[in-house]
Design a protein around this ligand. Structure first.
Ligand code: DGJ
Length: 745
């Protein structure tokens, strides 16, 4: 719901209410000021929240504003512009190349012009970037127009309220309404100025690298800037486009958490800047390092969408809001709600050494065990027998697959299995027929050596002919056989990011144009093949971001398939992303990445934390292991709805101490929406002598009686306050899964 009232100056105040949260902004002497973002409050005009501090000569103020204390350098601004007295990091910076102001200057002051409120969620400028969707019954949108008449920049700020969720989506549309061209040098999606936090603030974010993605870190804010970003051309393994502002006392179930997630797959930055007066600015958007976007007169630039999830009951509630939003308002297509097939992928089973017969042997055992899909990974095309050639040559290697794909897929289908295939469409190997024909299709800077990674270059997706080639090449393979799944890989980052097809003044647009090109390709392929299940991948989880979830409802979480390592990765990922989006496979022991040995049972328990599958040579399993596979698949089907649609609760993070005597463990649970059942997973990472484990559960109905299937029954409040007694002499890596059902259920 969005209400508009008037403040003491007679200017509008907007109160946005969503799922128990409030967001309030006001017009003040024409400027757009931020008043509040947090748990719902009742006042429509909390003008007293403005901090009217005095200031000294180094803090300038707009000359025409009557209030002596008012300065843009101090005021909480909704969309701060560069160059007119606010020295904090700005959301927008525009360099005018002519018109009324000094050509080449960059100074903007945005003042309110008008607003409108629209039912539903309109798409600005018919923009085609991934974004949250909602029906007119589910959302309201406030569009505020602000303008600087001097330099001719007009900004439309979109605020989208999802009525049922504590979520606000934001984006900006920046228009050059002057008669001369202009260049955007900064264009963030959202800016939030916090004043008056009662506790010291921290930034919680997800850092990582290859094989170690999305580990949780909390860092205190300092005076100055703390930021996470990517300048790699992809959202990256190193930082996820997410961060939450929390108080130092915030826990899983108490305290403030304001999370920001950027729906974007390219260079991004989320920063927190703390000024000397204790005000904190959170900015989220495209990283400005190598960003310059030319706007001819009348042209507009639409930023990616940022999602803000608000919780005053800790991180758990913030995660629930993101999970539901992404599951129900971002993922699309047939597989959004359909039960995903349990698959076996041959990568860790064979790497590049396979042929039809080997794949069929795996498929036969897979069918016997109840697995539902075979995915053929890297190595099926061109002359690809290792990672040094053939990317771009998307035609079948008939030495490995005689007769092509159709006979293999038919035989796999005849065993009762679906068939899936791997692609890395954005890449090109210098050793490939495609490179011989089109060396100019590589993203590169003339006169400079091209950097190489995994023996491959990146295709120039800013070019329409390159995008057409990718769409045609992928589509022709997809229509050559009954292929129902694609794993879309992306194994290196961008360097020398320049395009032979763009003029000098547009080379600063390459990184963003690349991402727009990727979206175009994904949109065309998913539209032409609506029944396809797309799984995103980028050397594991190097591009696991909300924009990719718009096209692919699941993502390969990490190339590290070691169950113990996966605890940090999957629990970190769960901070923002729903379990249904996390692709998790049981792989071989000793694990190929770490050499660690873990029991088959525990590997199954951990992989059941998301979209479940196998990544090993089934033909090498013992009969006992095969019967475990059957049991795991039966369990997964039984708990599918719970795991994929229930509320996910982190109970113990691997870094937490369970208690002073208990070594290290991790635990999580999922609870059905009606609280009638729950699935609890507890994994001992490192045991100790005489450990004591009481696991306090979350999200249950306190008054209900829950049975554990072993003849014990407990009240919900006892399980949540006293805890489940799991004390036992565990071995390292041992795990238990407990299914609780409400007695009346
Ligand atoms: C990286 C992926 O993350 C792996 O799962 C596998 O598909 C390889 N690429 C294949 O080259």
């Amino acid at each position: 719901m969005i209400t508009v009232s008037r403040n003491s100056l007679g200017e509008p105040v907007f109160h946005l209410r969503a799922g128990g949260a409030s967001y309030i902004l006001t017009v003040f002497h024409g400027f757009l000021l931020h008043l509040y973002c947090g748990a719902a409050i009742s006042d429509d005009d909390p003008e007293w929240l403005l901090v009217r501090v005095g200031h000294d000569s180094v803090v300038p103020r707009p000359a025409s504003t009557p209030e002596g204390w008012f300065s843009l350098d101090i005021a909480p601004l909704e969309y701060p512009a560069y160059g007119t007295g606010d020295y904090r990091p700005s959301a927008v910076m525009l360099r005018s190349l002519g018109g009324n102001v000094t050509p080449g200057s960059a100074a903007t002051a945005l003042c309110y012009v008008s607003h409108e409120i629209v039912r539903g969620k309109p798409v600005p400028e018919a923009d085609r970037q991934p974004a949250v969707y909602a029906s007119p019954d589910e959302a309201d949108t406030l569009i505020v127009t602000a303008e600087d008449p001097a330099d001719g920049v007009r900004v439309r700020l979109y605020y989208i309220v999802l009525r049922a969720l504590p979520v606000f989506c934001r984006r900006a549309v920046i228009e050059n309404s002057s008669p001369a061209p202009a260049e955007l040098e900064r264009a963030y999606s959202a800016s939030l100025d916090f004043t008056g936090l009662s506790r010291p603030a921290e930034l919680l974010h997800l850092w990582g690298t290859w094989g170690r993605e999305r580990h949780i870190e909390r860092t205190p804010l300092c005076h100055g800037t703390v930021s996470v970003s990517s300048r790699r051309g992809a959202s990256s393994h190193h930082h996820n486009p997410f961060a939450a502002l929390v108080e130092d006392t915030t826990t899983e179930d108490s305290g403030l958490a304001v999370g920001v997630s950027l729906i974007y797959s390219g260079n991004f930055e989320i920063l927190c800047d703390t000024d000397p007066f204790g005000s904190i600015r959170l900015l989220a958007g495209i990283d400005p390092t190598d960003f310059r976007w030319r706007l001819e007169p009348g042209e507009t630039f639409v930023t990616p969408e940022a999602v803000i999830a608000v919780s005053d009951e800790g991180l758990g509630k913030m995660s629930h809001a993101f999970h539901r939003l992404f599951r129900e308002h971002l993922c699309r297509g047939e597989w959004r709600d359909r039960e995903r097939p349990v698959l076996v992928n041959n990568w860790e089973a064979t790497y590049f050494r396979f042929d039809s017969e080997k794949l069929l042997a795996i498929a036969k055992d897979a069918a016997d065990c109840g697995i539902e899909m075979l995915v053929m990974d890297d190595g099926w095309f061109g002359e690809r027998n290792d990672d040094r050639s053939s990317l771009g040559d998307w035609f079948v290697n008939e030495e490995k697959l005689p007769g092509g794909l159709a006979p293999l897929v038919e035989r796999v289908n005849a065993l009762g299995l679906r068939f899936g295939i791997w692609f890395e469409p954005e890449m090109i190997s210098p050793k490939s027929k495609l490179f011989e024909a089109h060396p100019d299709w590589v993203l590169s800077t003339a006169g400079r050596e091209r950097s190489i990674a995994r023996s491959q270059y990146v295709l120039d997706l800013t070019r329409a002919d390159v995008r057409d080639y990718i769409v045609d090449a992928v589509s022709s393979i997809l229509s050559s056989a009954n292929i129902e799944y694609v794993k879309w890989d992306f194994n290196r980052n961008l360097t020398e990011a320049a395009s032979a097809s763009l003029p000098a003044e547009r080379q600063g647009e390459i990184f963003h144009r690349y991402v727009l090109g990727l979206y175009d390709v994904l949109e065309r392929i998913t539209a032409a093949h609506p029944r396809l299940l797309l799984e995103g991948c980028s050397s594991g989880g190097g591009r696991y971001d909300p924009a990719m979830l718009y096209y692919s409802p699941q993502f390969w979480t990490s190339d590290d398939t070691d169950a113990m390592e996966r605890l940090d990765i999957q629990l970190g990922t769960s901070m923002v992303y729903p379990p249904s989006s996390m692709s998790c496979h049981v792989s071989a022991s000793p694990n190929h990445q770490t050499g660690r040995e873990t029991s088959f049972v525990t590997r199954g328990h951990v992989a059941m934390g998301g979209a479940f599958g196998y990544e090993l040579d089934l033909t090498m399993l013992t009969d006992e292991e095969k019967s475990l596979v059957k049991r795991q698949i039966a369990d997964y089907h039984r708990y599918y709805a719970l795991i994929n649609r229930g509320d996910f609760h982190r109970l113990i993070l691997p870094d937490d101490r369970v208690n002073s005597k208990s070594g290290r463990a991790a635990a999580w649970m999922v609870v059905s929406e009606d609280k009638s059942e729950a699935l609890v997973t507890f994994v001992v990472i490192r045991t100790s002598i005489h450990p004591v484990y009481f696991l306090r559960l979350r999200g249950l109905d306190p008054a209900a009686l829950y049975e554990d299937g072993e003849g014990h029954a407990y009240r919900g409040d006892s399980l949540m306050r006293a805890g489940l007694n799991l004390t036992k002499n565990y071995r390292d890596g041992e795990s238990v899964v407990i299914h609780l059902t409400r007695r009346d259920a």
